[in-house]
Design a protein around this ligand. Structure first.
Ligand SMILES: Cc1cc2nc3c(=O)[nH]c(=O)nc-3n(C[C@H](O)[C@H](O)[C@H](O)COP(=O)(O)OP(=O)(O)OC[C@H]3O[C@@H](n4cnc5c(N)ncnc54)[C@H](O)[C@@H]3O)c2cc1C
Length: 407
């Protein structure tokens, strides 16, 4: 006989930045929540830039004051073409002042963000943080039964799959996913440098993808630091993986034209093969996917976690409305899927086109890229519209549909 199962409203599978944020947001909305997954708090030079829309969401959850000391302000983003294109492609500066904001967003080391979110989760009423791995899901009467590697079971009204690109929840729900790869690896590192970043992120667009430096808070003995995300060919990444830290720092310094002076690496690097993923559905019976379990693309324009926080906002709104209407939250997921599909499709397709246009040396593509850049550099309203779309794209569903339309 199997052991007696725990009961809860919602099980969030995955304890990355998306799963932990989802757990806290759902518990703050007065659902009983278990969040479970292995915590990844080992530094690998990876950071997340969170834009103003995400900061507003985290402020609304009263999370931002608990994270702000980890975050460096991003006041401007400068894009510099270094692709050797045959037509001149002007520099573009996107600045917070353009849209009347004090900052476009903030940059945080991913492992420190996860560590801090886990601390917050442990102190959040209605939320239990566990480290078990989900192995199976089965249907019970008006419930799902989640089984963990230890053999323990939990009966829940709803499972939220926030368990990353290789999601077990997605597989168990038989939700299809199409995955593709790019001939690129993103190398990540934290770099200490001689000159201040002045709260500006700089992107050098090369033929192999962007090489980006994003402001970071000061470290010990390192008053000026930025994080690096450098997309390069698989071959170059393999070569650079074997370089000594000083040699790699010199190559980074050369790639960014020495704009921040002498550089040294401040910790280990990360190497992430680039891929994309689209799912066929965001929901199944009593299951909702979010975060990288639901979408993946290269880290151009820093959209991944920003998109995931919008998933979470929409899911919480959908479930709160379902509860208010007396509906079963596990069967009320259609408004969530309807609300999220267009945003996810726009980001996944947009990043794909942007990345492929950089990789292409086809002249008409270069001309289109040049004209686009010229328009953004010189036409203020167009540039401001693009900034708003990048940093503040999502207005919450103020009027979600009523239960008659629910799944
Ligand atoms: C190089 C790089 C740079 C990036 N830069 C940015 C940026 O600037 N801005 C931005 O918004 N985004 C950025 N992203 C994306 C961002 O890092 C991710 O979106 C973010 O970390 C959230 O991921 P996640 O929580 O969805 O998935 P993951 O971090 O993959 O977490 C998945 C979790 O699920 C757990 N898990 C897996 N299987 C199971 C199971 N069976 N049972 C229980 N738990 C399980 C894992 O242990 C883990 O805790 C970047 C990504 C990369 C690679």
């Amino acid at each position: 006989m199997s052991p007696a199962a725990d009961e809860t409203d919602i099980l969030v599978v995955g304890a990355g930045a998306a799963g932990l944020s989802a757990g806290v947001a759902l518990a703050r909305a007065d659902f009983q929540v278990i969040a479970s997954g292995a915590l990844d708090t080992v530094g690998n030079g990876r950071t997340v830039a969170l834009f103003e829309g995400s900061l507003r969401f985290l402020r609304a959850l009263e999370l931002w004051p608990k994270l702000a000391d980890l975050a460096a302000k991003i006041e401007a983003i400068e894009m510099i073409d270094a692709s050797g294109a045959r037509i001149p492609i002007p520099r573009i500066l996107f600045s917070a002042a353009d849209v009347g904001l004090p900052a476009l967003g903030a940059n945080i080391e991913t492992d420190r963000l996860v560590g801090r979110l886990a601390e917050i989760a442990r102190e959040t009423p209605n939320l239990r943080l566990e480290t078990e791995m989900l192995t199976d899901i089965s249907r019970e009467d008006k419930r799902l039964r989640a089984t963990f590697a230890s053999g323990r079971n939990v009966n829940v009204k709803l499972i939220v799959g926030a368990d990353g690109q290789r999601s077990t929840v997605r597989a168990k729900a038989r939700i299809g996913a199409r995955r593709w790869t790019y001939p690129q690896v993103a190398v990540t590192a934290l770099a200490a440098h001689a000159k201040p970043h002045n709260d500006k992120s700089v992107e050098f667009h090369t033929r192999n993808g962007p090489c980006t430096l994003v402001p970071l808070i000061a470290g010990e003995g390192a008053p000026h630091r930025s994080s690096l995300v450098w997309l390069m060919t698989t071959r170059e990444a393999a070569r650079r993986r074997n370089l000594a830290s000083d040699a790699l720092a010199s190559e980074i310094e050369r790639e960014v034209d020495g704009i921040f002076g002498n550089m040294r690496l401040d910790g280990p690097c990360g190497f992430f093969p680039m891929s994309g993923m689209r799912v066929t559905r965001l929901t199944a019976h009593r299951i909702a996917l979010l975060g990288e379990a639901a979408h993946a693309f290269p880290p151009l324009a820093a959209q991944g976690l920003n998109l995931s926080l919008r998933d979470i906002g929409a899911l919480v709104e959908c479930l709160v409305e379902a509860r208010r209407c007396g509906a079963d939250i596990g069967l009320a997921l259609r408004p969530y899927a309807d609300a999220r599909r267009p945003d996810i499709a726009l980001r996944t397709n947009g990043i794909d086109v942007l990345n492929r246009s950089l990789l292409s040396d086809f002249l008409p593509v270069e001309v289109a890229r040049g004209l686009g850049s010229l328009a953004f550099a010189t036409i203020g309203p167009l540039r401001r519209a693009l900034i708003r779309e990048g940093i503040l794209p999502y207005e919450p569903m103020h009027n979600p549909p009523r239960p008659a339309r629910l799944q």
